[in-house]
Ligand binder design. Structure first.
Ligand SMILES: [Zn+2]
Length: 135
């Protein structure tokens, strides 16, 4: 019993350590996959949105329909812009993995916890700095 307990403690310590350790190659690969998957997904969203924009602009309609189309067109433009911004953010995170600065806070230079990166792989700041900067 005592033996099992001490083993658990060791595992727990290792787990705690891994949260503050520099990203291992395995972790880096994991985040790269995560980011690439997300980018591919967003690119599909972009392709669809562009397709819809095409459809809207070729649709001839009466004035009431045109007003509706104009609204749809603006919504699409907004969607495209925000998706493009997200792709950019994710691409920058990928570049940080390549430069091995991924997981490093851009403000204080400290480590961003792996837990935070799991939730927000594109995070540029640690929790403390993010709160300081605000958003
Ligand atoms: Zn920081």
């Amino acid at each position: 019993m005592r033996h099992i307990l001490s083993q658990c403690t060791v595992v727990w310590c290792v787990h705690q350590l891994s949260e503050i350790q520099v990203l291992s190659d395995k972790k880096a690969a994991h985040f790269r996959e995560l980011l690439e998957g997300r980018i591919a997904e967003l690119n599909r969203v972009l392709a669809d949105a562009h397709q819809e924009t095409q459809t809207l602009s070729t649709r001839s309609a009466d004035p009431a329909d045109q007003a509706a189309s104009e609204y749809e067109r603006q919504m699409l433009a907004h969607k495209i812009a925000s998706t493009q911004q997200m792709v950019k953010t994710l691409t920058q995170a990928l570049q940080r993995i390549q430069r091995e600065t991924f997981g490093e806070c851009a403000h204080c230079g400290g480590d961003i916890s792996v837990k935070r990166l799991e939730a927000l792989p594109w995070a540029r700041y640690c929790v403390t700095c993010q709160e300081l900067i605000g958003q």
